[in-house]
Design a protein around this ligand. Sequence first.
Ligand code: FES
Length: 103
Amino acid sequence: MSNWTDVAAEADLFEGAGIPVAPGGRDIALFAVDGEVFATDNLCTHGHARLCDGFVEGHEIECPHHQGRFDLRTGDATLAPCTEPIKIWPVKVEGGRVFLDLG
Ligand code: FES
């Protein structure tokens, strides 16, 4: 079952950076890359760092704490010390708003 939830205005996003959103008390990060929007859990799977504070390199997010990386498209951990994938959320953009399918 899908549960599309309006979480942000597209205009709030910055190309190549992340912003935190908190639908239903969840901690999720949104990223804009090449005009596309990606959403991941915000908390790094390696430790207590928030990926919205990290650095976007291509389609990867670099954690601000130990510089591990995840692929924003798949959630896969792509650079140590990250080994556990990060949860990604389905995104759609309609009418200038960003929606996540929170399931
Ligand atoms: Fe993210 Fe260690 S907390 S790489």
